[in-house]
Ligand binder design. Structure first.
Ligand code: UVW
Length: 330
């Protein structure tokens, strides 16, 4: 097993600090050029759309981590209020909402419903911002970890990347099909290797190019829909895939599982080494809990594993992540 010495050698090799300037907060999204965006748009020929976001509801995958909960969705105005508002609203002077809403009702037939959602930004389909992960007091590009406070991330917040869309050419690498397993890559003792990423690309007849957003299908999300167990582990990317992503100048990586990388660390002395290498050293964002099942079926059917990917985050001021509903378009 690799140790922290091996980890540090790889970290030195893949670190992109200063590559796009000392004040850069975009990291590998810089690989997405205007030409790249135009190339991605040219892949839209059939008018097929695949929404890759999962449901944001109470039966989501959270629970395994005590510090994250499933989204709580609450109605704040609904049709059930109507009768009460008619009867008491106009006279309920200590409740300005009731007075206001009953005034709206009296003005004519128009009615409306409102709601809100309370959730960790990491609860379901999401981007991890570069401020999500740090070690040894430094974030990507050397920004101090202390710059993330209860007010949010001063540097590298998710709001900083809206200039990139985020959109590019997406490439799906289907490890379920490559491994020939029935539904998902279950064995965490067999993390997905760089050689397998190459093999999947070769078998699918697609080339991973600079500026691509790579989507890795492990089958985990489909498995979760079957058994509802958000804590069930499944194989993810081996930590050595960080170098593969670096060498291919990939813009971002996303997967259908909870952490992109393998849950069993391949480095003695740390958990989540690939998070550390990608988010903190390379400046590469992670997408997690993406539903790739329908897209994979279509790619297998038409033999096209490349598409336009449109995955803008919410511009949450100082957020260290964002919920998303990414769209793949062919
Ligand atoms: C951690 O669990 C720290 O991160 P993620 O949500 O990116 O897997």
């Amino acid at each position: 097993m690799a140790d922290m010495g091996d980890f540090r050698r790889v970290a030195d090799d893949v670190r992109n600090w200063g590559r796009w300037g000392d004040d850069d907060e975009l990291g590998t999204l810089n690989f997405i050029t205007a030409e790249k965006i135009a190339q991605a748009a040219s892949l839209v020929t059939a008018g097929k759309v695949f929404a890759l976001g999962v449901d944001f509801g109470s039966s989501g995958p959270q629970g395994a981590f005590h510090y994250r909960q499933n989204p709580v969705h609450v109605m704040t105005i609904d049709g059930g209020d109507e009768k009460t508002l008619r009867e008491f609203g106009p006279k309920w002077l200590s409740n300005p909402s009731a007075v206001q809403l009953s005034g709206y009702s009296e003005a004519g037939p128009m009615r409306f419903n409102d709601d809100m959602i309370i959730m960790p930004l990491q609860a379901a389909t999401q981007w991890d911002a570069l401020s999500h992960v740090y070690y040894e007091d430094r974030l990507y590009n050397g920004f101090p970890a202390s710059s993330v406070t209860s007010l949010g991330a001063y540097y590298l917040g998710i709001d900083k990347v809206d200039v990139k869309g985020i959109t590019s050419r997406g490439v799906l690498l289907d490890l379920v099909t490559l491994r020939g397993v029935e539904t998902y890559c279950a064995d965490v003792e067999q993390p997905i290797t760089p050689a397998e990423l190459d093999e999947a690309a070769r078998a699918q007849g697609v080339e991973v190019q600079p500026g691509d957003i790579v989507l890795v299908r492990t089958g985990w999300w489909a498995r979760f829909l079957e058994n509802g167990d958000g804590a069930e582990p499944g194989a993810g990317l081996d930590w050595t895939c960080a170098s593969w992503l670096h060498d291919h100048e990939v813009a971002a990586v996303a997967a259908d599982n909870l952490m992109v990388e393998n849950p069993v660390s391949g480095v003695d002395g740390t958990i989540l080494p690939m998070h550390m290498l990608c988010l903190r050293d390379m400046g590469m964002m992670f997408g997690e809990y993406w539903d790739l099942t329908a897209l994979a079926e279509d790619c297998a059917a038409d033999g096209r594993y490349e598409f336009q990917l449109v995955a803008p985050p919410l511009s949450v001021t100082g957020g260290v992540g964002s919920p998303i509903n990414p769209i793949a378009i062919k």
